[in-house]
Design a protein around this ligand. Structure first.
Ligand SMILES: [Zn+2]
Length: 174
């Protein structure tokens, strides 16, 4: 029971801190996918996350098992998708008290705030985390994108984007 209590506590701390907006509008985002299709069918499973990046004409997707998927984009998708600062982290958090179950974060480290500084999927104490190899920052996608903050340093949560789900199509847009 110790870990859920701790996570609940960090969740409360995250929500009591009002210095950051719930959704970031610092970087534009527009992305959509069909959650009945692999690998996006993982997105409704609590605790599963995908990192999604776009290069010219293609999506590069990695899941929490480090399995990689490359998908070709249509001309319309290629022209309309805007992937925030450096891509997206999408998934259903394990600890979630909101009606919208699928969350989206920016794949960029919010501390380094640079398109080339992408977070990587990692494990710590049997928990799924994302970490930055440049600044050493670590965050919990399952708990509102809250930073893990061992030295008591002030760190911001992950950039979060609004999501909506309509007829099996997930849209991330701000
Ligand atoms: Zn960083």
């Amino acid at each position: 029971m110790k870990r859920p209590v701790l996570l609940l506590l960090s969740l409360c701390l995250a929500f009591s801190c009002d210095s950051y907006k719930k959704y970031s509008d610092k970087y534009m985002v527009f992305f959509s996918c069909d959650i009945s299709q692999s690998p996006f069918n993982q997105l409704t499973t609590p605790g599963r996350f995908l990192s999604v990046r776009k290069t010219e004409g293609k999506l590069h997707i990695t899941d929490t098992d480090d399995k990689k998927y490359d998908q070709s984009l249509s001309a319309v998708q290629n022209g309309s998708f805007i992937m925030g600062l450096s891509g997206l982290i999408i998934g259903t958090p394990l600890f979630n008290d909101e009606a919208s179950s699928i969350w989206a974060y920016d794949l960029a480290c919010p501390e380094c705030d640079n398109p080339s500084t992408r977070l990587k999927f990692d494990q710590e104490d049997a928990q799924f985390i994302v970490s930055c190899t440049k600044c050493g920052g670590k965050w919990l996608p399952n708990s509102s994108g809250t930073p893990i903050n061992p030295e008591g340093k002030e760190m911001r949560p992950l950039y979060r984007y609004p999501t909506s789900l309509n007829n099996g199509i997930l849209t991330v847009s701000n």
